[in-house]
Design a protein around this ligand. Structure first.
Ligand SMILES: [Zn+2]
Ligand SMILES: [Zn+2]
Ligand SMILES: [Zn+2]
Ligand SMILES: [Zn+2]
Ligand SMILES: [Zn+2]
Length: 301
């Protein structure tokens, strides 16, 4: 059977691949589905996903969602949210809803968010990092005997200590009942609490309660760098020719757009699609405006 192939020359194929990856996550076991398998997968999973989506956030005692968890957000167990069980054919009746880790032999019983202090991991009062603690439900320390479970006095941006926050897993109805944003229904795997571009900001910086904002022009136009999207880095191989390839295209708006369409690890999630959508709109507008406004050469050749 013919497998989906990635033609390095086709930007459309890359879009397609990224969309495939967002939809399938790791459910293909590392081997691309055939087009038939992909269709079958979508027919089976998407209705469940659209109906039974679980929203995951890290909530302050003030009620604010200080962090909306996305597919790439790490858990206390060090695995990412997307590596946990995120699709439920039937939503459990009991609360809390447990979202166990699917990595083999990981003792994590349910996704548990740990904040960072800027870019630094936070320490327990026993002075050890989260990853030095057991991911089993008591979170006891593996590196000392005086710790009765991870507990950090780190103060979140909302002004409350980290230990007073809770990782909350809830349904769309439960969020709506509290007036919390739920975003649009999306077919992507492990979306967690992401409901739009601004979901990536910390709670206290997220001013719109819709959770659906649009990216700034500055963000859209910032240049591509080596710390970019893992997919870009994977394609980049041993050389740094990617950068160069972008530079030698027609140099105008289109190359800037191409470059920014593959940007930023932090933004991986919903934001990536949000931004792509915005760029598509921009492109369409530009195309309407004039004949050669956006004559994009292929940056991959
Ligand atoms: Zn795990
Ligand atoms: Zn976990
Ligand atoms: Zn500890
Ligand atoms: Zn310790
Ligand atoms: Zn907070």
């Amino acid at each position: 059977m013919e497998r989906l192939t990635l033609q390095p020359g086709a930007a459309a194929a890359i879009d397609e691949y990224l969309e495939y990856r967002r939809i399938v996550g790791e459910d293909d076991g590392g081997k691309l589905f055939t087009p038939e398998e992909y269709e079958e997968y979508k027919n089976k999973v998407l209705p469940i996903r659209l109906q039974n989506r679980l929203y995951v956030s890290w909530r302050s005692p003030t009620g604010m969602d200080c962090k909306l968890v996305g597919p790439e957000t790490p858990c206390f167990c060090t695995h990412r949210y997307k590596q946990h069980k995120t699709d439920f054919e039937v939503i459990p009746k009991e609360r809390p809803i447990y979202v166990p880790c699917r990595v083999s032999r990981c003792p994590c019983r349910s996704y548990h968010f740990v904040p960072l202090n800027g870019t630094q991991p936070i320490r327990c009062r026993c002075k050890h990092f989260a990853e030095q603690h057991s991911a089993a439900p008591d979170f006891s320390c593996n590196s000392c005997s005086k710790c009765s479970g991870f507990h950090s006095g780190f103060t979140c941006g909302c002004g409350q200590p980290a230990y007073t926050h809770e990782t909350v897993v809830e349904t769309k109805e439960e969020r709506l009942a509290q007036g919390k944003p739920v975003g649009k229904d999306v077919p992507f795997a492990a979306m967690g609490g992401l409901t739009g571009f601004s979901s990536l900001a910390e709670g206290y910086m997220r001013l719109d309660d819709s959770g659906i904002g649009s990216p700034s022009a500055q963000l859209l136009e910032s240049p591509v760098t080596n710390t970019d999207h893992p997919f870009l880095r994977a394609l980049q191989g041993p050389s740094s020719s990617m950068q160069t390839n972008f530079q030698i295209t027609d140099g105008g708006a289109s190359s800037a757009m191409q470059a920014s369409s593959l940007k930023r690890p932090e933004e991986d999630d919903m934001a990536y699609f949000e931004r792509q959508y915005q760029e598509r709109l921009k492109k369409e507008k530009a195309a309407k405006r004039g004949k050669n406004a956006v004559q994009s050469k292929n940056p991959w050749q």
